[in-house]
Design a protein around this ligand. Structure first.
Ligand SMILES: NC(=O)c1ccc[n+]([C@@H]2O[C@H](COP(=O)([O-])OP(=O)(O)OC[C@H]3O[C@@H](n4cnc5c(N)ncnc54)[C@H](O)[C@@H]3O)[C@@H](O)[C@H]2O)c1
Length: 385
């Protein structure tokens, strides 16, 4: 059985977390590392015992001949770096979201097609042990026919949450509900509907965003309706981050690592029918909880190994990553223009930049990248500080 050679471009937190899984998996080997900052390169090189360290990505690829290049860099760099890496005709594993706009993502997907290689977008939750188990239970009829599903964020500023967290959630929703045909959304900032002036540059390099509080309805295939809440909360709470599915026979709560089912579609409190039954996670063979790799990262790498063995796309492939971005851009467009947006969109430029342009405004100002500092500036813009 082939061992896949993996090179990692970007040696900060996400590079390390992905690297732990590539290091732990018996069928993948880290053969090269690249970062512009020598200190990070050396730290990660020591961690995984990799001597092939580079500050130039082309040199890394030419010298190490990887099967996969992981690109765990800030989202604002995905477009440029993915195109550069794909030019070498190598498969990629790119962090989520795929890009900051549809026109950029289209180019990345087209380049992979031209070079006949695969894109995996790092939405590890969709192939996580809890989600896989819930999906198996669902396909076996545990909650009957899916009627609707909804998800909420852990509390980021709405527009940031859309790019940063909803990207994961929407991708997992696709696994259960199929593709999204249209999006209707409402976004408010400071208690009023967003205005072109409320379109701002995102912290964390996530492109252009708008809305502190975003509520969206997604129309999926087969008459399934999805709800998406991205509301700014006083503080983030990871426990809020889950997907709930409502079927004709029962309900499910799904998180990456765990899932629960309620064997009734509805219940009246006090009737004793409100007991959520845990669903056993499906853990890939070979996962060792004593390794540093997290279970969902390991599942994601395991899926890439199986996909490459079988000559098929990763479940979190470029086409799915592109569709997720269509949903996210659809949310912004619908909220800005106050209308339902049919997918896929014909216009591929960023809808919020278009909206500003039509209202005589240029691109929003650059911002501080750190999201806590960004919150201070945004509150000041809104006259709160
Ligand atoms: N999947 C998840 O659960 C998850 C969680 C958090 C963040 N993310 C994503 O991870 C990504 C990484 O975000 P970040 O803010 O940590 O990234 P970052 O840009 O701060 O860090 C990436 C590293 O890449 C290096 N780098 C950048 N350009 C380079 C180049 N041209 N050549 C070599 N090295 C280069 C930087 O020096 C840095 O060390 C984002 O897309 C984010 O959305 C994913």
């Amino acid at each position: 059985m082939k061992t896949y050679r993996v090179a990692i471009l970007g040696c900060r937190a996400r590079g390390i977390q992905g690297g732990q899984a590539y290091h732990a998996h018996p069928r993948t080997e880290i053969v090269g590392l690249c970062d512009l900052v020598q200190e990070r390169l050396d730290e990660m090189g020591e961690m995984f015992d990799v001597d092939a360290r580079f500050t130039d990505l082309d040199e890394m690829i030419e010298q190490t001949q990887p099967d996969v290049v992981a690109i765990p860099t800030g989202t604002e760099f995905h477009h440029e770096l993915a195109l550069r890496v794909l030019e070498h005709g190598v498969n990629i594993d790119i962090e989520k979201p795929l890009c900051t706009s549809l026109d950029q993502a289209d180019e990345v997907v087209a380049k992979a097609k031209e070079k006949d290689v695969e894109i995996a977008v790092h939405h590890q939750g969709r192939v996580g042990a809890g989600v896989v188990a819930a999906h198996k239970a669902y396909t076996e009829g545990r909650i009957g026919k899916l009627l609707y599903l909804y998800t909420r964020d852990k509390g980021y500023y709405g527009g940031l949450g859309i790019m940063n967290i909803a990207t994961h959630k929407v991708n997992t929703m696709l696994k259960f509900a199929g593709h999204v045909r249209s999006v209707s959304a409402v976004a408010t900032t400071d208690g009023r509907l967003i205005q072109p002036e409320d379109v701002v540059t995102s912290p964390l390099g996530m492109g252009t965003i708008a809305g502190e509080y975003i509520t969206a309805t997604l129309q999926f295939d087969n008459d399934v309706t999805g709800g998406l809440l991205q509301h700014r909360l006083p503080r983030n709470d990871t426990k809020l981050s889950a997907i709930e599915l409502f079927g004709t026979e029962g309900r499910m709560i799904v998180r990456w690592e765990a899932a629960w089912a309620l064997p009734h579609p509805h219940y009246i409190p006090g009737e004793g029918k409100d007991v959520w039954e845990p669903i056993d996670p499906i853990v890939p063979e070979g996962f060792n909880p004593d390794d540093d790799a997290s279970l969902d990262e390991y599942c994601y790498v395991d899926e890439y190994v199986r996909a490459l063995d079988e000559g098929r796309p990763h479940e979190c492939n470029g086409a799915e990553g592109l569709h997720v971005l269509e949903v996210l851009m659809g949310v912004f467009e619908s909220a800005a223009y106050g209308k339902r947006v049919a997918l896929p969109q014909e216009r591929r430029s960023h809808p919020l930049l278009q909206w500003r342009k039509e209202n005589g405004l240029g691109e929003p100002d650059p911002v501080r990248r750190d999201f806590r500092e960004w919150y201070v500036d945004e509150d000041r813009r809104l006259g709160r500080a």
